[in-house]
Ligand binder design. Structure first.
Ligand code: SAM
Length: 293
């Protein structure tokens, strides 16, 4: 079983992968979606087609993390997993490679469609992947609970701070007894202090394919932890094959700093054991937490 999205060579723009100006799907008419969540959905709808160009290292970092956790997964007998913010299915694919039966949800329909088609092209299985806001995740959405639930990629920055406890509660509600919840977030205190305005996300040149790519974030920090900061994701792709095409794209999203106290206080309050995982190389101030039930 081999999955296409795992391969670096797959970071090339496939013919059908056109960087688009407009989202493919109409956004669902969801009157309850606040402005913050609307702009989150819009951002991810736009970037779904070039996710692997903006986040080429995500899969490497996930791979290192899952290798580190493999023994624990075995000890705990992890057989099923849910990625509650699955993106295009990177983490799901790695867990699938570990013979874990995977399912996914994502707030963006384009991400869901990408995950489904990636799995269709690469595996002989069709996982259940649903378009769903994690804030609406309940026990009744799936037939069974999961041995492992993951919510990674700093997705808590896409959740309003006062709704973080609700999201933690929802995530834990679908973890089976003796199961694991695996979350991560960037420590907002450190992030705001460092005030780092530029972050290189991807840089590669493939002579054979005739591609040169750079992708980066411009980050405009705010002065307070409770005020969202702005991330501008930039992608520049130069095709130096016959087409000589230049693709330059940027999209912006407002994100919230994640206040570690909100997460820690909630976990302390409910008394569920948790521990930090030694940070694998990768993103700065990333905290990864294993919560056992
Ligand atoms: C950085 S990605 C997560 C990485 C993903 N686990 C992977 O393996 O590539 C963040 C994802 O979270 C999704 N997302 C953001 N807010 C969400 C919400 N409220 N509910 C569910 N998904 C959400 C986005 O659409 C995006 O696909």
């Amino acid at each position: 079983m081999k999955m296409q999205v795992l391969n670096k060579k797959n970071m090339e723009l496939e013919p059908e992968l056109k960087l688009q100006d407009e989202p493919k799907q109409e956004l669902k008419d969801e009157p309850k979606l606040l402005e913050y969540y609307k702009q989150t959905v819009e951002f991810y709808e736009h970037i779904a087609d070039c996710y692997n160009l903006i986040y080429p290292d995500h899969i490497k970092e996930s791979k290192r993390l899952f290798m580190e956790l493999e023994q624990l997964f075995k000890e705990k007998g992890i057989r099923t997993a849910l990625d509650a913010a699955c993106g295009i299915g990177y983490d799901m694919s790695l867990l699938c490679e570990m013979d874990i039966e995977v399912s996914g949800i994502d707030i963006s329909q384009s991400m869901v469609s990408k995950t489904i088609s990636n799995f269709k092209n690469s595996y002989e299985i069709s996982p259940i992947v649903k378009q769903l806001d994690v804030r609406l995740l309940t026990e009744s959405i799936f037939d069974n609970k999961f041995d492992l639930v993951v919510f990674r990629g700093n997705t808590f920055s896409n959740i309003l701070p006062n709704e973080i406890p609700l999201v933690l509660e929802n995530l834990l509600s679908v973890v089976s007894d003796d199961g694991i919840l695996l979350i991560d977030y960037r420590d907002g205190n450190e992030q705001i202090l460092e005030n780092k305005q530029f972050e290189l996300r991807g840089l590669f040149c493939d002579k054979d394919k005739g591609q040169l790519l750079d992708s980066y974030y411009f980050i405009t920090h705010s002065k307070k932890l409770n005020i969202p900061y702005n991330v501008e994701a930039n992608v520049n792709l130069l095709l130096f094959n016959e087409t000589k095409e230049k693709i330059k794209k940027k999209w912006s999203i407002k994100s919230h700093y994640v206040d570690p106290n909100i997460i820690n206080n909630y976990l302390k309050k409910i008394g569920t054991p948790y521990q930090y995982v030694k940070n694998v190389e990768g993103l700065p101030y990333l905290r990864t937490i294993i919560i056992t039930k």
